[in-house]
Each structure stands twice: as C-alpha cells, then as structure tokens.
Design a protein around this ligand. Structure first.
Ligand SMILES: Nc1ncnc2c1ncn2[C@@H]1O[C@@H]2COP(=O)(O)O[C@H]2[C@H]1O
Length: 191
C-alpha cells in the first residue's frame, strides 16, 4: 500500500539534504542516490570485544554504536580464543615485553568477535574505538569512554584493509559470514 505519494516523498527527501534550492536527488531516485554514495568502497573489518569488555557487560553498547553509525553486522560469535589463534593474531607483537601478559589476558575469558561491513568501515571503526592507549583516547570513543589502561582497552579493531582480511579469515570460517541485503532503504523509499 502506498502511504506516501512519490512527489511528497521526493520533496521531503530534498528538503532534508540541505538548504532549499541546493538539494539534489540523484537520477534514478533515492535508492540510486544511496548506491552511488556507497558503491565501490564496501569493506569488512574485524572488531572483537576483549575479555574485559565482556566482563564489564559492554558488548551491547559496542554493537549499538556500530549499528547506529550505519554499518552492517555480517558475522558474530562468542568464543574462548585458543593460544594458537592469539599467537597468530598478535604475531607482530611477539617480541614486545608485554606479549606474554597480552596473550594471558586475551585467553582469560570469552571474546565476542564480529565482522562489520560498510563504506570505509576499517578507518571509521578505528576512530570509533579510539587510541590504543586509553589515556590518549578521546571521550566519545569506546576506549575514551570505558578504558583507563592500554593493557585493558576493551576492544580490538583491525588497523588496515589488508590486516582486516587476514584477521577475519583467522577468526571466522567463510560459512560463518552472512551476506544479507539492506532492505531498509527500499522499505523507506520504494513505497
Ligand atoms: N605498552 C603496552 N602495554 C600493554 N599492552 C599493550 C601495550 N601496547 C599495546 N598493548 C596491547 O596490545 C594490543 C594490540 O592490539 P590492540 O591494538 O587491540 O590493543 C593493544 C593493547 O591491548
């Protein structure tokens, strides 16, 4: 059933995109506009709520931030990470003095691993998560809101597209990732 006539809908959309007379609608309508914005830069990243984040009941808050930002959840699981997965994940840090305690801490309790998809999700999630060193993390970021020490920084997010690909394949089997269509745009605009 058509609840909103297309002409009215078009004017509403135009009026929410900037000052009168400046708003434009992409040829082909709103869904084409959306596709033209997001096309070509869909990425995936690994975000993991670390054992301290799980213990502090921060899983829901962290998921909510990513959902509200506009990213799409395509993989999610809770697990107790094995030493071999952690050794692989933190391979680059193996010579750091904090490495043994990092592995002990990451193996100390369950982790919630997620794969998020979206436009520039790798870079955006690094901003959302905040500086690795909690003392430097800005308020409004996950670490800036919830963490006080670099060794208990609540959450992990991949730091580049290449690293994200490697980390996703380390933590997830391909069958655990779900490709699903965003229907909210068509529900909103193709009435
Ligand atoms: N100086 C440090 N002391 C203790 N832990 C650290 C230090 N530097 C980095 N780490 C940890 O190593 C982790 C590497 O992955 P993350 O960036 O998710 O989070 C980092 C911190 O939890």
């Amino acid at each position: 059933m058509n609840f909103i006539r297309p002409a009215i809908l078009r004017s509403v959309i135009c009026s929410t995109r900037g000052p009168p007379g400046r708003a434009t609608l992409a040829p082909g309508g709103p869904s084409a506009f959306y596709s033209s914005v997001v096309a070509g830069a869909q990425e995936r990243t690994l975000v993991a709520v670390k054992p301290d984040g799980v213990q502090r009941r921060l899983v829901g808050d962290i998921i909510k931030r990513f959902e509200q930002r506009g990213f799409k959840l395509v993989g999610l699981k809770m697990l107790q990470a094995s030493e071999s997965t952690l050794a692989d994940h933190y391979h680059d840090l193996r010579r750091k003095p904090f490495y043994p305690s990092l592995i002990r801490y990451m193996a100390s309790g369950p982790v919630v691993a997620m794969v998020w998809e979206g436009h520039n999700v790798v870079r955006s999630s690094r901003f959302m998560v905040g500086d690795t060193d909690s003392a430097q993390a800005k308020p409004g970021t996950v670490r800036g809101d919830f963490s006080v020490h670099i060794s208990r920084n609540v959450v992990h997010a991949s730091d580049s597209v290449e690293v994200a690909e490697r980390e996703i394949s380390l933590w997830f089997h391909s069958a655990e990732l779900v490709n699903w269509e965003n229907s909210d745009q068509s529900d909103l605009y193709q009435v």
